[in-house]
Write a protein that binds this ligand. Structure first.
Ligand SMILES: C[S@@+](CC[C@H](N)C(=O)[O-])C[C@H]1O[C@@H](n2cnc3c(N)ncnc32)[C@H](O)[C@@H]1O
Length: 395
């Protein structure tokens, strides 16, 4: 999908001569190219850090494995499955010894580039006519996306349980009754892996999306049609509407999964979506959340005619995407109003839909920024990625 925005996606799908950038990224050359070539650089492995569906790298799970060969300077680069990666890049490390490094803050030069780039995007925004076109029926653009990309899904998301261990627990045979709602389930990239690992006959997994095409894709899969006792049920549902998903009552859901869907809502839909999810959850129920973070490469490389609002863009295929900051997400889910400063600056503006009524805010169990510097060892490129991940609990 991101390839619609810029001719180049992250991966090295096509063989490229070393250090060659496509036209779409040429303007970023000095910010993403690593010039030195350490003598110790190992050969490139088959891991392809950018291969993706929806621009979401599918292969970031391996980043948490313990490196096969510890680097001399930093031998204990082990990772803990229950926290964000700990493969820190330290002084003296060989940058090319791994495909990715965790928690790498962007350098100041790159930060300047982000500011310059976002300024340029703001000055070259989408016309009012097109804003109306993309915002009025967003599900149609997603229908189109799924019609055009039907074959590109179903990457194995092994990382799901690693990031959200509760998914491992509820799919155990003896867990008992539990209802999971996936919001914005797309083609089932999350729902199918959960179904595949499930041993719990009392799991009810609802996968909802407002794109009818996406739901058709889920419903047409053999794993769906061959369920003897339907565990997974896919339904068309708009999370920013006033209706509840078909068959679900208020207070009936234990877990809501939101994987790269909140970013597809426009800021003036956030409050409504948070409210309806609050209504659906049981007390003590949780939202498991992962989405784009501010300054992610996907944001920085947007060019002319993609900016809709601050941090909110339309891709070349007409689908929309927002890039979040930690404090902003905390505020949205806790149900706090935007600060005066952010309103004055015209940022973080979900105020159009007022704020969440008292008593309907979530407790933020955890929320963290997952920052990675991905290294394309063959082409000597560094790419800063940034995702937000959290768990929000209904008190
Ligand atoms: C980036 S895709 C992510 C799909 C899936 N969660 C995944 O990670 O593979 C975003 C999905 O959210 C859906 N979506 C966007 N806004 C929605 C809304 N208001 N209600 C329901 N689904 C929505 C889109 O149709 C699309 O399938």
């Amino acid at each position: 999908m991101e390839k619609e925005n810029a001719p180049l996606t992250l991966p090295i799908r096509q063989k490229q001569p070393k250090q060659q950038l496509t036209k779409g990224m040429e303007h970023m050359r000095s910010y993403v190219t690593i010039s030195e070539h350490p003598a110790t650089a190992p050969p490139t492995t088959s891991t392809n850090p950018g291969e993706d569906a929806y621009g979401v790298p599918a292969t970031y799970e391996p980043l948490r494995q313990i490196p096969a060969a510890p680097t001399s300077n930093n031998p204990e680069k082990r990772t803990d499955p229950f926290q964000f990666g700990t493969r820190y890049l330290e002084e003296g490390d060989d940058i090319f010894s791994h495909n990715a490094w965790d928690h790498v803050e962007v350098d100041s030069q790159y930060n300047d580039f982000i500011l310059q780039q976002t300024g340029f995007q703001r000055e070259n925004q989408v016309s009012d006519f097109d804003k109306q076109r993309f915002n009025s029926k967003p599900e149609k653009w997603w229908d189109k996306f799924y019609s055009n990309n039907a074959a590109n899904f179903f990457k194995d998301r092994k990382w799901l349980v690693q990031e959200f261990p509760v998914l491992g627990a509820i799919t155990k045979a003896s867990y008992g009754p539990v209802t999971v709602l996936e919001v914005g389930a797309g083609a089932g990239n999350t729902a199918f892996p959960i179904l595949a690992m499930n041993e719990n006959p009392e799991l009810r997994l609802r996968a909802c999306d407002y794109s009818k095409k996406a739901i058709d894709i889920i419903r047409s899969q053999e794993a769906y049609t061959s369920q003897p006792d339907p565990i997974l049920q896919a339904e068309v549902w708009d999370a920013a509407s006033d209706d509840l998903p078909p068959g679900l009552e208020p207070g009936s859901v234990d877990i809501v999964l939101m994987i790269f869907i909140f970013s597809a809502l426009s800021p003036d839909q956030w409050t409504k979506a948070v409210r309806i999810i609050f209504t659906l959850l049981k007390p003590g129920g949780e939202v498991l959340f992962r989405d784009y973070g501010r300054g992610d490469l996907a944001q920085v490389r947007f060019k002319k005619g993609r900016y809709l609002e601050e941090n909110f863009y339309v891709r070349g295929d007409g689908t929309r995407v927002y890039f979040f900051e930690e404090e902003e997400l905390r505020r949205i889910w806790e149900g706090r109003p935007p600060s005066e400063e952010s309103e004055q600056a015209g940022t973080n503006d979900d105020s159009k839909d007022s704020t969440i009524p008292a008593g309907t805010g979530f407790e933020v169990v955890n929320l963290a920024v997952d920052r990675r510097m991905l290294v394309n060892r063959q082409r000597k490129l560094k790419m800063y990625r940034c995702w937000m991940q959290g768990r929000f609990k209904k008190p």
